[in-house]
Ligand binder design. Structure first.
Ligand code: UN1
Length: 494
């Protein structure tokens, strides 16, 4: 059953603790499954709002940094509770705004709450280190201080979980924030900011500006900025990193992926087919951790691909708010058109179309839908030069290549400028250990899909996937604080 559209919501920005309507160009957040349907609307923020938001964050910085970490954490924990109470409502808004299924949308809201709770307990964890001193009567402490005012720029594909995993550690470790979310998902940004306000966040500690990419550029150029965290496309990330480096501002960027699943000859093929399906097509393939390449041992390729196709035949594409739907649309018509263009290019370059799934049933048809698509490129240099092997499509497209044995399969998995995540399917522990040694990625899944991330362990990529420190767990403390090494002696001779 498809849920009826609720009324459109008025978008507002949060500056210095006040919600305000913007003064920039109009912005409409549309439902990609039904593009005529408005989810939210408002006026965008402008570059002068960046100045005001930065001033507010800067004014709030000293007091927030001096607030005990347990008190800062308590705000995050209360915000988590607010999200949990509204999970169904916000999950539906997320599905309508971004296009992932209702189950994934609600799951993502709860995941954001889980992230807030994890950083809510930061005060209970180590806040620094103590070293012995080579000098009598002295200790050496390594303490941590917040960076100051941090810019947060977030993508459309996890409209609340990624903002939570950047903003929660930024705040827990004592920074104040100016946040620019992707303009395709503004409503969920408003919802996260509301939850944090409800949790008791003081005015100016988090400022939210909704608007175009120029806001991000204004943020990185602002002289008051002390750090910048970004997740999004490789092109934008590199431009921001260059601008940040030119100004000496620490930056963390999480960018592209072209993640491989490797299915070895001894793998449990049913388990592997199910996990590859989820990795490639859940969230319509719009995850930086999605499986977009499949390396399958030629000995089992036919049997594996039969299983994958059988699952895809039962995979329903349609309105994401319909509980029977497995996969919704892409976030926008231009995103869908870029994926269609990528597929056409790949076919022109010699890829074979192994499977093209069903589109949505008549009623839900919109140009934002692309059916799940499986391409195969030939083994050898011509195949691995194919656009579908090299470039991140950020959509429901899986590119298959056959390999002769584990060694070749691991080399193919590494055949990418990116190194975010990978999945390997085998029941042989020796091959697992080889994979750990051989596959150069930030995240390796053994017998599970390539996407997924827990908040208490590092998240981020190898090679060109990431820039600067990783996210989550202890890695977040590395980025959002800097150390002061304190040579500590008493005031009287020892
Ligand atoms: C996940 O795999 O569940 O933008 C999270 C992305 C990543 C997050 C992936 N930063 O898709």
């Amino acid at each position: 059953m498809i849920t009826e559209a609720p009324p459109t919501v008025l978008l507002r920005h949060l500056v210095a603790g006040s919600w305000e309507e913007g003064t920039g160009a109009p912005l409409v957040s549309a439902n990609p499954a039904r593009p005529h349907e408005e989810v939210a609307h408002g006026l965008q923020a402008t570059a002068s709002d960046v100045d005001r938001a930065m001033a507010a964050a800067s004014a709030a910085a000293r007091d927030w940094a001096r607030t005990p970490m347990h008190e800062r954490g308590a705000v995050l924990a209360r915000a988590a509770g607010a999200l949990e109470r509204r999970a169904d409502e916000l999950g539906l808004e997320l599905a309508r705004e971004e296009g992932k299924t209702l189950a994934e949308g609600t799951g993502e809201v709860l995941r954001a709450a889980q992230v807030l709770r994890y950083y809510g307990a930061a005060g209970d964890r180590a806040a620094g280190e103590v070293f012995a001193s080579p000098r009598r009567g002295e200790r050496i402490l390594v303490t941590r201080r917040p960076l100051g005012v941090v810019g947060v720029i977030t993508p459309f594909n996890f409209p609340i979980a990624i903002p939570a995993w950047k903003i929660a550690p930024a705040l827990a470790y004592g920074n104040t924030v100016v946040w620019k979310p992707a303009s395709t998902v503004p409503l969920l940004a408003v919802r996260l900011a509301e939850a944090l306000q409800e949790g008791g966040l003081p005015a100016g500690v988090l400022n939210l500006l909704i608007g175009p990419g120029q806001l991000g550029a204004a943020l990185v150029e602002h002289p008051g900025l002390d750090g910048l965290t970004f997740t999004g496309s490789t092109g934008v990330g590199r431009r921001l990193a260059a601008a940040a480096a030119a100004r000496g501002v620490p930056m963390q960027a999480e960018m592209g992926g072209k993640n491989a699943a490797v299915v070895l000859a001894d793998a449990d093929l049913d388990l592997a087919a199910e996990q590859v399906l989820l990795g490639a097509f859940r969230s319509t393939g719009q995850k930086c951790t999605a499986t977009s390449r499949l390396v399958v041992d030629e000995a089992v390729a036919g049997a594996f691909l039969d299983r994958l196709r059988a699952r895809l035949d039962r995979w329903t594409v349609g309105d994401p708010t319909d509980a029977a739907t497995h996969m919704g649309p892409l976030v926008s018509e231009s995103a869908a058109e870029a994926v269609r263009e990528g597929i056409r290019t790949a076919l022109r370059e010699g890829a074979a179309l192994l499977h093209e799934g069903q589109g949505p049933d008549g009623g839900a048809a919109s140009a934002c839908f692309v059916p799940p698509t499986v391409l195969e490129v030939p083994a050898g240099p011509a195949g691995t030069a194919n656009t579908a092997w090299r470039e991140e499509f950020f959509g429901p497209v899986l590119t298959v290549v056959r390999a002769a044995g584990a060694e070749e399969a691991f080399a193919l998995a590494n055949d990418s400028e990116f190194g975010l995540s990978a999945a390997v399917f085998t029941q042989d522990v020796s091959r697992v250990l080889d994979a750990v040694d051989e596959i150069d990625v930030g995240i390796l899944h053994v017998n599970s899909e390539s996407a997924g991330a827990d908040p208490h362990v590092p998240f981020g990529g190898a090679k060109r996937s990431g820039y600067g420190p990783k996210e989550q767990g202890g890695a977040a403390q590395e980025f959002f604080t800097h150390t002061t090494t304190v040579y500590l002696r008493g005031g009287t001779p020892a």
